[in-house]
Design a protein around this ligand. Structure first.
Ligand SMILES: Cc1cc2nc3c(=O)[nH]c(=O)nc-3n(C[C@H](O)[C@H](O)[C@H](O)COP(=O)(O)OP(=O)(O)OC[C@H]3O[C@@H](n4cnc5c(N)ncnc54)[C@H](O)[C@@H]3O)c2cc1C
Length: 464
């Protein structure tokens, strides 16, 4: 797809101002550049126009006007994405849902919440917890990412180990098709099997099949007891083996988050001091309703970890200590940028029993190519973030080769190239490594049904 011409953009802008008012548009160079990047470290592809609708009707109007003027549209939430999904790689409009940020309903009777897509995930988590309810999906960016972005990426998080990912909690949606038609898909009930599972298809569609403007989410009762421990190891392989052993023993904590020596180094002393000589650690959390049972499960987990080399187990004594530990974990991705000039991250998943082997092979790939590889992530569900740290942009071809080799290994071990960050721009060339031509062709046909002219988030997801 070609970038829109100045003439197309001028007439599109005029129509948008007439329909939404000039305060719904931004076109100053700083804004165009800000909305042209996310957290993927893929640089900036500036937007031509940023549009901030306030209602579903306005979203629909924007899409209709954009189509009339043949201008591409890229939806965005908080731009915390790590695969370039919200980057307007072919220019045109960035449609941000940030003004649609109302929590419309929290029902304690039906255990559902109805939200607009621009609600920050952490705001919903806190609002439902105040009513004794629980929204489990907890991407580590929950303090700023949005539910619309979570739906589009089918976001996971540490608690996915026990509670699953975003898809498990989306019951229904109001959905604006690329041509502006407004649909309701799904339902408000826990059960319901009428028709094809369109919600299942649209969750994870990375802004390429339309825009979520209202989301009905399933909630759970809030577990009354949560206990958190830090398991300290000398070496990441040992820690990974302990994770496998804990799960094989039939213990199901809600999180088992792994950090290697580089990840620990990146965050150590910035709010939380790790024990000296920490070579790797696992952040384990158990929840339930009976304190003794929760503590019993955590103690069993600690014993297994010690049998597999944990040299220390540190139990958070109160909410303050717990929060400091989690704050350290949440900042790993950004803090690793402090260790080198450039960073690119992988988001691989392997069957959990293969995590130790995956770590070994990622480190070996790095070593063979002379690159530093940091590993951390949601080890309990097999989702490993391998981050390549490098100093000079000249090393980029080597880095791309390392990322490709790691993806090949993940697939060889029975895994996938992305567990939660999505394909976006970052991984579209790697998708054929995992999916057969017939599967790619079927997805191309699906895209064609939803968006025959290809204006919705072009340049993403499927290889050219
Ligand atoms: C420090 C850090 C930690 C992270 N930890 C995790 C983690 O633990 N788990 C995880 O899964 N991810 C994680 N992420 C990645 C990121 O936060 C998630 O992908 C998140 O879901 C993106 O939400 P967003 O609102 O920022 O969306 P954006 O980045 O703005 O957009 C992401 C995609 O969603 C589309 N989109 C946005 N809103 C809509 C909508 N309403 N309708 C249709 N499409 C839409 C966009 O077009 C784009 O393709 C992390 C990122 C950072 C920076």
């Amino acid at each position: 797809m070609n970038r829109p011409t100045k003439q197309q953009l001028d007439s599109c802008r005029a129509a948008l101002v007439e329909a939404l008012g000039s305060d719904a548009l931004k076109s100053d160079p700083d804004a165009l550049s800000d909305y042209g990047r996310d957290e993927s470290d893929l640089g900036t592809t500036p937007a031509d126009l940023v549009v901030l609708p306030r209602t579903t009707a306005e979203v629909s109007r924007v899409l209709k006007i954009a189509r009339e003027h043949r201008v591409p549209v890229t939806p965005c939430g908080a731009r915390s994405g790590k695969s370039g999904g919200s980057m307007p790689v072919h220019g045109g409009i960035v449609l941000t849902l940030e003004r649609m940020n109302a929590i419309k309903e929290i029902s304690t009777e039906d255990l559902v919440a109805v939200v607009e897509p621009g609600v920050v995930t952490g705001d919903l988590m806190k609002a439902v917890e105040a009513k004794g309810l629980f929204y489990p999906p907890d991407p580590n960016s929950w303090g700023w990412c949005t539910l619309g972005g979570n739906i589009a990426e089918n976001a996971g998080g540490p608690r996915a180990l026990k509670y699953g990912v975003t898809r498990e909690y989306v019951l229904g949606m109001e959905w604006v098709m690329p041509d502006g038609e407004v649909l309701r898909v799904g339902r408000r009930t826990i059960k319901g099997v009428a028709g094809y599972d369109l919600v299942g298809l649209l969750v994870g569609s990375e802004g390429t099949l339309g825009i979520a403007t209202e989301i009905t989410l399933q909630l759970l009762p809030l577990p009354r007891e949560v206990q958190t421990a830090l398991l300290v190891f000398s070496d990441v392989r040992q820690a990974a083996r302990a994770v496998s052993a804990i799960l094989a023993a039939g213990v199901l904590p809600r999180t088992l988050e792994l950090m290697d020596d580089l990840a620990v180094k990146a965050v150590d002393g910035k709010g939380f001091n790790f024990p000296p000589e920490t070579g790797a650690c696992v952040l384990a959390e158990v929840d339930g309703n009976v304190p003794e049972a929760v503590f019993g499960e955590l103690a069993r987990l600690g014993e297994i970890a010690e049998q597999h080399g944990a040299k220390e187990t540190w139990l958070a004594q109160d909410e303050g200590q717990r929060e400091k530990l989690w704050a350290a974990r949440r900042t790993v991705s950004i803090a690793l940028r402090g260790l080198a000039k450039h960073k690119l991250s992988e988001d691989l998943v392997v069957p959990r029993s293969r995590i130790p082997e995956m770590i070994d092979r990622c480190k070996a790939i790095g070593q063979a190519l002379g690159l530093t590889v940091a590993t951390y992530g949601h080890a309990g569900d097999g989702n490993l973030h391998a981050n390549i740290l490098f100093e000079s942009a000249d090393e980029r071809p080597k880095v791309d080769e390392a990322l490709r080799q790691m993806a090949v290994v993940a697939i060889e071990l029975g895994g996938t190239i992305t567990g939660e960050h999505g394909i976006g721009v970052a991984k579209k060339d790697l998708l054929p490594l995992e999916q057969a031509p017939a599967v790619l062709a079927l997805q191309r046909k699906l895209k064609q049904v939803f968006d025959p002219e290809g204006f919705m988030n072009p340049g993403k997801f499927l290889p050219d």
